[in-house]
Design a protein around this ligand. Structure first.
Ligand code: GTP
Ligand code: SPV
Ligand code: MN
Length: 600
């Protein structure tokens, strides 16, 4: 058993090895008297303690050890079958007034939310162990770096947070005697979807999550703090927290960084870990990962450029479709010290998911623990099965991934999953137009959230589920950021997912996306040609390098086709969001829509 203490014998001085922070101490005392845990463990983030947690998890049935020869330090976790993805309908922004949350968020009055959740949390940890997890978002020494303290009764959450964030004493050191930390309280409760609430109190720097153990609902450092809470901090302090990857590109003896916002399960991890095809590697191209899911962005007052960091320290990545062809860097990353969630288990203690190998295994245990064969009519792994791995495992980790100074951003790319209508790539005319393009982003829903998949919805900046305050204020913040910048990143839109009338992807995607990135980087440097279209600047077919791939120019032309009739329908679909925002719609949005209509 890890070193633990009980509420009765609790000595903060001993547990925290020094002066206890009075604010932290009084918050913890409140939490313990409400939840009434039997044992308390302070997570130190040290490897030996992480191993003890994993070992305890094996004894408790939380983790299944995998084949340690093949997959050292790897474990499988099976979640409750009703707890496999984010539940947006249970996610609330809580403030005294509804205006704060805006028209796209669920809102609950703070007082009501605290009352309701106090009832649920009361004695919820009785007889259970609770974990105190001090964590940092961002590298030590970065001005944006923030402290969070999560208290949870889930061992899976404790073990996962140590992979996903910088856990332990460094966080307590950064905190010192300050009151400035995000108070994150989590209990898995009885995992009943009827009693599941993920409540954010941005005005109190507080998150209360009850009734789910799933990543985005329970690892409170991730979407809850690094996007919803940090988004609100950024609004007040003049920076941005975005659902974006950041990737470094070595090309033509230069290094550039791009940030890209794609909705959940629409390709961020893959793009951030892209391996260029041989012909590009020979020309010295290399892609390295800063972050795969969340970016914190600010303007450097010395040169007026946008810079970014990845606040996380690990990846919580989608498994289905990931293999040695599509994403070798992800495969290497999860080769050791990784937690797999809701995959199939093979007889030799390896894991499997749909798309891992061309040939499915002859038999396996599926993600629910049932025997499985390829012809049984069920999926072996859950469509939202994921891996949790430390970013230091990534062979393509960027040298600046942990640099507190962050990296300069040359381009921002928005992208959605769209089987029709939306072209492979275009460039916005300018920042204001780019913000409009991001704000009207549409994408087909995926298994990352519960509910129907494959339905096109508006997902502004891929942030719809992660907005910590009102969308109108969010868009105004985006427009205003331009004024802080001397030179702003160019803004682009991509769609890797357009299909032909036989339902096949028109563009090969993955590593070949470097060809599109090449045009993007050349545009940023004023080197590539483009033609003006009704959507923005577009490459001609000859502006995209197709040497060494089997993409026919006709297919590329089809992937790039802009049909003005289809776009009128797209414009009408965008009204869904505009109507919701009604009187709050920023005037720049109205102007951009008028300009698009006149081009149509
Ligand atoms: P979150 O972690 O949910 O935020 O997702 P993400 O944006 O990081 O998505 P990820 O890169 O994990 O990709 C999700 C799915 O899209 C996987 O099944 C990938 O195999 C698939 N995918 C990613 N990039 C491409 C691409 O360029 N083309 C095609 N056809 N599929 C892709
Ligand atoms: C997403 O859904 O966008 C994810 C996974 O990155 S989760 O952290 O669970 O939200
Ligand atoms: Mn995400």
């Amino acid at each position: 058993m890890p070193e633990h203490f009980t509420p009765a014998n609790m000595s903060f001085e001993a547990a925290f090895r020094g002066e206890p922070n009075q604010h932290l101490q009084s918050w913890l005392a409140d939490v313990f008297s409400l939840c009434d845990p039997e044992r308390i463990i302070l997570c130190t983030g040290e490897p030996a303690q992480q191993q003890e947690l994993l070992d305890c998890g094996v004894l408790d049935g939380v983790f299944i050890p995998l084949n340690q020869q093949k997959l050292p330090g790897c474990y499988l976790h099976r979640s409750h079958p009703n707890d496999v993805a984010r539940t947006e309908q249970c996610t609330y922004i809580c403030a005294p007034h509804k205006d704060f949350a805006g028209p796209t968020n669920n809102w609950m009055a703070s007082r009501q939310a605290y009352g309701l959740l106090r009832g649920l949390f009361a004695h919820s940890m009785r007889g259970r162990t609770c974990y105190i997890i001090p964590f940092l978002l961002g590298p030590v020494g970065c001005p944006l770096t923030r402290v969070g303290i999560e208290v949870t009764d889930s061992l899976y959450v404790a073990a996962s947070m140590s992979i996903m964030t910088r856990v332990g004493l460094p966080a307590l050191e950064v905190l010192g005697d300050s009151d400035d930390f995000t108070r994150c309280l989590h209990s898995i409760g009885d995992c009943d979807p009827q009693r599941r609430y993920i409540c954010h109190f941005p005005l109190d720097n507080t998150i209360w999550s009850f009734g789910s153990g799933y990543g985005g609902n329970a690892l409170l450092g991730k979407k809850c703090m690094a996007l919803r809470m940090a988004g609100y901090m950024g609004l007040q302090q003049g920076w941005m927290a975005e659902h974006m990857l950041i990737t470094g590109v070595q090309h033509n003896e230069q290094k550039s960084y791009v940030a890209a916002a794609f909705p959940s399960a629409c390709g961020k991890t893959n793009f951030a870990m892209l391996i260029p095809p041989e012909s590009y590697k020979r020309r010295g191209w290399r892609v390295t990962t800063v972050g795969d899911d969340i970016a914190w962005l600010w303007v450097d007052h010395r040169d007026g450029r946008l810079r970014g960091i990845n606040p996380e320290a690990g990846y919580f990545g989608v498994l289905p479709g990931t293999n040695w062809q599509t994403n070798p860097n992800a495969m290497s990353t999860m080769a050791h010290d990784t937690i797999f969630t809701n995959t199939a288990l093979l007889p030799d203690g390896d894991v499997w998911w749909e798309g891992k190998t061309l040939e499915p295994p002859p038999h396996a245990i599926d993600w629910t623990g049932q025997p499985w064969t390829p012809d049984c009519g069920r999926k072996a792994a859950h469509p939202n099965s994921r891996f949790t791995a430390p970013m230091k495992n990534n062979p393509a980790l960027d040298e600046a991934a942990m640099d507190p100074a962050g990296v300069p951003i040359s381009a921002i790319i928005f992208g959605g999953r769209r089987s029709s209508t939306i072209p492979l790539v275009y460039q916005a005319f300018n920042w204001i137009h780019g913000v409009y393009v991001g704000a009207t982003l549409g994408s087909e829903t995926t298994a990352a959230s519960t509910g129907k998949t494959g339905v096109v919805r508006r997902d502004p900046m891929a942030m719809l589920p992660f907005m910590g305050y009102s969308i109108s204020d969010y868009l105004i913040h985006w427009f205003r950021m331009r004024r802080k910048m001397a030179d702003c990143p160019r803004i682009f839109h991509v769609n890797w997912f357009r299909k032909n009338n036989r339902g096949e992807y028109l563009w090969p995607g993955y590593g070949e996306n470097i060809r599109i990135l090449e045009w993007i980087l050349n545009r940023c440097q004023g080197k590539a040609s483009a033609v003006e279209s009704l959507l923005g600047w577009m490459p001609r077919i000859q502006d995209i390098n197709l040497s060494g791939i089997e993409v026919k120019p006709a297919d590329l032309a089809e992937a790039q086709r802009v049909d003005s009739e289809a776009f009128k329908a797209e414009l009408l679909a965008g009204e869904e969001l505009f109507l919701k925002m009604a009187g709050e719609l920023p005037k720049e949005m109205i102007f951009q829509r008028e300009l698009l209509i006149s081009r149509l």
